[in-house]
Design a protein around this ligand. Structure first.
Ligand code: SAM
Ligand code: SF4
Ligand code: SF4
Length: 334
């Protein structure tokens, strides 16, 4: 059964944040000034159990969801994650992926694969340790992230994608070195425009390096040509090296909004459902789960939420909207 929102968009993708905690403090996501030692993260009882997540996921899958991405915070800091993956992998015909900062990937890759995970996306913002450490703000070295990627690729969590957020003045000098390096490696690099998610990162439009600019920088040295999307609603615009050296993607959510084809819904770690990355208030599904709602009642609530959906934040974005209250990225996972 398929659900359609007010702008005729079907529900296809579910992103599940399994924790609001993270072992990094990326300056554009969880800046230390906000997420310091006294920050109150959710406690165990507040976050959904694996059984609760798997039950919801099954109901979503029965209503059109074809792809689930686990995220966070950092999903690999949630204890026993392969057990959840096993439960989700039992849902038929589901594409099951995960986005991670890669810090714990080398030690977990095999267990994730064995549990039934299909692929991973690993975030990395620079190959230069000085820049990368200034961005992750916990002194974490590039080499360990790359070791995590290689471990994932070697156990078959492929095709492997790499996410690089580009923020002006911080890491635009890393665009070309990253493109060269991952072209050689054969991992698909995707550049993400810096977004005004949440309200703690102090976003300014001037800080955004546009997808157009990124493509120009790479194209000058390694000529590119555009590729057709793999499927309707694909977030990244794809480009191919003209000499056959693989492809890259750009996620231009600021300069070329793609709300028209947005089929995504997000479940926060404590069970709130957000119909937009820039949502203000989620819909509480934890209460339903814990108050004994039947599957049919939960499905009915999902349909109500999706049928009413009219979100198109990125198409309406301006300097004014960036100041509005929004949920934090670390809460719903990008
Ligand atoms: N911790 C995991 C990671 O970093 O891959 C998963 C969660 S993270 C919130 C998901 C993705 O969102 C990462 O690729 C991250 O770089 C990206 N991200 C976080 N804040 C962002 C921002 N302000 N603008 C654009 N992308 C952002
Ligand atoms: Fe953590 Fe990912 Fe946010 Fe960085 S982007 S602080 S790794 S959740
Ligand atoms: Fe989807 Fe909201 Fe992003 Fe638009 S702004 S693409 S509706 S998540």
């Amino acid at each position: 059964m398929s659900l359609i929102d007010t702008l005729n968009r079907p529900l296809r993708d579910l992103r599940i944040s399994v924790t609001d905690r993270c072992n990094f403090r990326c300056v554009y996501c969880m800046p230390k000034e906000v997420f310091g030692s006294d920050y109150q993260f959710l406690n165990r009882g507040q976050i959904l159990t694996f059984e609760e997540i798997a039950r919801l996921a099954g109901i979503f899958a029965a209503h059109g969801v074809q792809k689930i991405r686990l995220t966070g915070g950092e999903p690999l800091v949630r204890k026993g994650l392969p057990n959840l993956i096993k439960m989700l992998a039992a849902i038929p015909d589901l594409d099951l992926t995960l986005t991670t900062n890669g810090a714990l990937l080398a030690q977990q890759a095999q267990a994730l694969k064995d549990a039934g995970l299909n692929r991973v996306t690993v975030s990395l913002d620079s190959l230069d340790n000085e820049i990368f450490k200034a961005m992750n703000d916990v002194d974490f070295p590039v080499e360990k992230v790359i070791a995590g990627m290689d471990a994932a690729a070697s156990v078959g969590l492929t095709p492997l994608k790499v996410n690089m957020v580009v923020k002006r003045g911080l890491n635009e000098t890393s665009i070309l070195p990253m493109a060269r390096f991952f072209r050689e490696k054969g991992y698909t690099l995707r550049f993400i425009e810096y977004m005004d998610v949440g309200h703690s990162n102090g976003w300014r439009l001037d800080d955004v390096v546009s997808a157009k600019e990124i493509i120009q920088i790479i194209n000058r040295e390694m000529p590119l040509e555009p590729l057709d999307p793999n499927y309707r609603g694909e977030v990244a615009k794809r480009w191919r090296y003209q000499d056959g050296g693989g492809e890259i993607g750009v996620i231009a959510s600021v300069t070329q909004a793609f709300c028209g084809a947005c089929t995504r819904v997000r479940l926060s770690a404590e069970g709130s459902l957000y119909t937009c990355l820039f949502g203000v208030k989620g819909h509480d599904f934890r209460e339903l789960l814990r108050n004994g709602a039947t599957d049919a009642e939960i499905a009915e609530r999902i349909a109500q939420v999706w049928n009413k959906r009219a979100d198109r934040y990125s198409e309406l974005r301006s300097e004014k909207t960036s100041g509005l209250p929004k949920v934090e990225m670390s809460h719903i996972g990008g």
